[in-house]
Design a binder for this molecule. Structure first.
Ligand code: HPA
Ligand code: MG
Length: 183
């Protein structure tokens, strides 16, 4: 893990190591495998942030399953815009399917809060959410994922899929915005 990471104008410091992340993802994968054995769930990864989490979670969950990605972004820079865009890119019919939405982070909760009813209208058999990270203090609407990797304070983080203005997604570890560099 690097001592610090510079992305654009900001400096980030170590927060969760790749090893910590991998251990937790393995646990989540085993849990989901237990809960969904014989059900052939459809994992829906939310791009771009969930691409690494989805890849590792898929390998940690050795059951029959389908995998798809959608795009659904409502975030720019380091603060939520609050504008919720709709889901694009899902070709698979979801009616009657057990869906597991895979998210990098639950922050204000608004994105999924607005989007889940839209998905429910397509009559899936069930919908659960797996989020690598959750910031409970940032919630604007009540929302909890059924599977959460780590609860973290309300600080901006990057790495393992999470970006700061599109940089940092490919870092294997997660870094947090150092307090001293806050504007
Ligand atoms: N980092 C990157 N993207 C985000 C965050 C964060 O802390 N919260 C919501 N989207
Ligand atoms: Mg982002």
């Amino acid at each position: 893990m690097l001592d610090s990471v510079q992305l654009h104008d900001l400096t980030f410091t170590p927060y969760l190591s790749a090893r910590q992340i991998q251990e937790r993802v393995q646990e989540l994968g085993r849990q989901i495998a237990e809960d969904y054995a014989g059900k052939r769930p459809l994992f829906i990864g939310i791009l771009n942030g969930a691409f690494l989490f989805m890849a590792d979670l898929a390998r940690a969950c050795p059951i029959e399953a389908d995998f798809a990605f959608v795009r659904l972004s409502s975030y720019e820079g380091t603060s939520s815009t609050g504008s919720v865009k709709t889901m694009i890119g899902l070709r698979e019919p979801v009616e009657g399917r057990h869906l597991i939405l895979v998210e990098d982070i639950i922050d204000t909760g608004q994105t999924l809060h607005a989007f889940l009813p839209e998905l429910a209208r397509q009559k899936p058999a069930s919908v659960k959410v797996a989020a690598l990270l959750s910031k409970p203090q940032a919630r604007k609407v009540a929302f909890e994922a059924e599977y959460t990797g780590f609860e973290i304070p309300n600080e901006f983080v990057v790495g393992y899929g999470l970006d700061y203005n599109e940089l940092g997604r490919n870092l294997p570890d997660i870094y947090s915005l150092a307090a001293s560099t806050l504007p």
